[in-house]
Write a protein that binds this ligand. Structure first.
Ligand code: ARG
Length: 302
C-alpha cells in the first residue's frame, strides 16, 4: 500500500484503511475522451462531435475550481476507454472501502481493472461486485450526508440485485429507487443529496413508489425540484463539497435556488461532456468519507 498525500491509515479489524481528513476527490483527464459509441441517449447525435481541446479546457476549469475547496488526486486515463474521464462511475467509496463497479456495457468494462489498481495502491479495501449484477458506482449509489444510508438506483444500468450486496460493504441502510426515463439513466443525472440536508432532484425520472420513498425522507422545505429542461442540461449532476456546489451552466433557476438555500454555486461550461451524457458530478469520484466531504460550517436555509 502506497501512502498517498493527505491520507492517514484507519485501523479497522486489524486492517489499515485509507482515510482522508480533508475533502478529497479523484479525477481522470479527458485525454482519450470521444463520443465513439452510443450507450445512452445523449451520445446519439453526438458521435465524433466532441473536441479534445475544448473538453480539456472545460475539464481543467472544473479541476481548478474544485482544488480551491478540496484535494484532487489524478489518475491516468486508459487509452481505448473514452468514457474514463467520467471516473465517478467506476466505484463508490466510503470509510476506506471502495465498492468497484461492474459496468453494464462492455465498452466501459476495461476501466474496472485500471481503477481497481489505483484504489488498491491508494490503500482502499476493494469490495468486488459480480459481473452478473451490473453496478455503476456513484452513477447509481449516493450516500446521504450522514453516511449511514445509501440511495441506490436500478432500471437502466445498475441491476436491482446488486443493491443489498453493495450496501453490505458498509453494513449501511439502503433505499432502492427505480429509474423510468432512459435519458436519466444514472441516479446522479436526477438526484443529488446535498451536504446541507437538501435534496436536488428531478421527479419525472422516478416511478411512483420511488417518489414516495424520496418524499418520505425529505420534507417539502428540503426538496429542490429541478424541471425537465434543467434536468436535460444536467442540472442535477452537481458536485457538492460542504456548502460549495460546482455545476454546468444549465440555464433555468436551479443555481439561483441553490444560492437562496445557502450554497455557494460555481457554474462552469461543461458542454463537451454533455455530449457523452455526463457533467460535473460524473467527472470526480469522492474519496474522502461523505461526512468529511461535507464538513464545514454549513449554515443553510431550510
Ligand atoms: N458515456 C458515459 C456513460 O454512458 C457517460 C457517463 C456520465 N454519466 C452520468 N451519470 N452523468 O456511461
Amino acid at each position: 500500500m502506497q501512502k498517498i498525500e493527505g491520507s492517514a491509515a484507519l485501523m479497522v479489524g486489524g486492517a489499515a484503511l485509507t482515510h482522508f481528513t480533508r475533502p478529497t476527490f479523484l479525477m481522470c483527464s479527458p485525454e482519450w475522451f470521444e463520443v465513439h459509441y452510443v450507450i445512452n441517449p445523449w451520445m446519439a447525435g453526438n458521435l465524433n462531435r466532441s473536441s479534445r481541446d475544448t473538453s480539456f479546457t472545460q475539464w481543467k476549469g472544473l479541476y481548478s475550481a474544485l482544488r480551491e475547496v478540496a484535494d484532487v488526486k489524478l489518475m491516468h486515463p486508459r487509452q481505448g476507454s473514452p468514457d474514463m474521464t467520467f471516473v465517478a462511475h467506476g466505484a463508490v467509496v466510503n470509510f476506506g472501502v471502495a465498492a468497484l463497479s461492474s459496468f453494464a456495457h462492455a465498452q466501459r468494462q476495461p476501466e474496472e481493472q485500471h481503477l481497481r489498481t489505483w484504489l488498491e495502491d491508494a490503500g482502499f479495501l476493494i469490495w468486488e461486485t459480480p459481473r452478473e449484477t451490473a453496478f455503476e458506482g456513484e452513477g447509481d449509489a449516493l450516500f446521504d450526508p450522514s453516511g449511514r444510508m445509501v440511495w441506490l438506483a436500478h432500471g437502466v444500468r445498475t441491476c436491482q440485485y446488486s443493491h443489498r450486496h453493495v450496501a453490505d460493504a458498509w453494513h449501511a441502510n439502503m433505499t432502492s429507487l427505480h429509474l423510468v426515463d432512459p435519458r436519466f439513466y444514472h441516479l446522479d443525472t436526477c438526484f443529488a443529496p446535498l451536504g446541507g440536508g437538501h435534496l436536488l432532484y428531478y421527479p419525472g425520472a422516478f416511478d411512483a413508489a420511488s417518489l414516495r420513498r424520496i418524499e418520505d425522507a425529505y420534507p417539502p422545505r428540503m426538496r429542490i425540484v429541478v424541471d425537465e429542461a434543467e434536468a436535460a442540461h444536467f442540472g442535477c449532476n452537481v458536485l457538492n463539497v460542504g456548502r460549495h456546489i460546482f455545476m454546468h451552466e444549465c440555464g433555468g433557476t436551479v443555481a439561483r435556488r441553490l444560492r437562496s438555500a445557502g450554497y455557494c454555486v460555481t457554474e462552469l461550461a461543461l458542454g463537451e461532456f454533455l455530449k457523452g451524457g455526463g457533467s460535473a458530478k460524473s467527472l470526480a469520484l469522492r474519496l474522502s468519507d461523505v461526512t468529511v466531504t461535507h464538513q464545514s460550517d454549513l449554515e443553510l436555509a431550510g
